[in-house]
Design a protein around this ligand. Sequence first.
Ligand code: AMP
Ligand code: MG
Length: 523
Amino acid sequence: MKLSIQDTFNKELPADPELSNTRRQVHNACYSFVTPRVPSAPKIIHYSKEMLKAIGLTETDAASKEFTQVFSGAEVLEHTEPFAMCYAGHQFGGWSGQLGDGRAINLFEVIHENKRWALQLKGAGATPYSRRGDGFAVLRSSIREHLCSEAMYHLGVPTTRSLSLALTGDKVLRDVLYDGNPAYENGAVVCRVAPSFIRFGNFQVFAARQDYKTLKELTDYTLTHFFPHIKERNKEAYLQFYKEVTQRTLEMVIHWQRLGFVHGVMNTDNMSILGLTIDYGPYGWLEGYEHGWTPNTTDAQGKRYRFGNQPKIALWNLLQLGNALYPLIEEVSGLEAVLKFYQEEYPKKRLEMFRQKLGLQQELEGDKQLSNELERILHLAETDMTIFFRNLGNITLADDVNAAFDKIKFAFYNFDNISDAVKLEWNNWLQVYLDRLRKEGSENSDLHRKERMNKVNPKYVLRNYMAQLAIDEADAGDYSLINELYTLLKKPYDEQAEYEKWFAKRPEWARHKVGCSMLSCSS
Ligand code: AMP
Ligand code: MG
């Protein structure tokens, strides 16, 4: 296994001088050195071929003992110094102080084809930041993270990636629903990959402690390696950085809204400074289109992180990042202008995204109302988001309202119980939509429109029950469904007729099942 290792984070930034692996507050340092725990019987059960290639490895490498050893935490490569990052964060709207990588251990950075990749094990044991946690991860949440990161990448969403999924051979105790019923589960380790895992919270920790020296060092490091076009190190440069993080975060959230992805825990420690989707925990995919839906039972009360709230929460998180960067910028008006930019830009991007989903190329007056109305009636009767938008592309200009309705009705969960009043609302909307399509230029033919719509409206996403089926089989020792879903989700926009069975609404048994509609932060 030959990797071109070129570490920067643990070479250029200040380290915690304390080397013992004890839970503690760490000051004036960006990370603490820590060694992964050696698992008792490591076994790689899946890896991403794309990611393997991206870091310069081959399938022969993936089959080697060394690969298993290194990416399960059993062995530390020579000349590398694994570490856990120090960060803080706001969790569910409140300040939590120091958090840090409680169960993530960064191994090394690799350069391949001029791209930098940081590799990190999740679930490889405790660190100085583990607080009350054990530093481990269970198989179910690791399968969810591994599959979803790769699926999101293929959907075109900025995201951290996943190289491999390993069983540790050790058992981990978890109380899935926090109801006093803990049970032992299979332990697992995922090797996550991203250009960098720096989060909003990495900046917040130094600002909160008024350690502006380290705050500046971390910011300068981030600019040097990830925003190299920003050359200066002055107020304007830091403000430019803030603006670019804002733009990237907005892009990311628009993708989530386009696809019906609900992150579930948008705490500031789970916000990547590169605008990547990070920390796949109790995330979920909309089945019925519902602004109020969250898969996270830990958030069931306030539903802070519900689908429809994500764009607002991203803004709230950006405000916190702005506060953290303030000592470097010292100019409230500049920071406020960036937040105002987000507020003005979001409705524009949202409309642009809806136009694409609806197959509209021209920008006409009533489009905003058309999309608002659609969102309203999607809530009237449970309508599967993915199936609805995918099938909407089958509508042709020759269709009348009835023909159009026939094409989308497969998306309703309980078609027989839909009231006439709701059907009428749908007919009205479809009539307006058909009229609107007819205003498009002749180049927007049925065929071309469908082709374009199919590039933004996926046919397949990792529905919660699909992941759960893969988890149940894996718990029984069969990993083939993990590979089937991984393969399916590499081409989410393609028809893939051989996988048609996955183009299906959530089955009824999954409606209230733990893991399918109910997930918690226990992972
Ligand atoms: P989350 O919001 O779930 O990403 O995690 C919040 C914080 O808790 C982070 O600092 C994690 O590293 C930490 N954490 C979560 N689970 C564990 C665990 N099992 N052991 C140690 N730390 C954990
Ligand atoms: Mg986290």
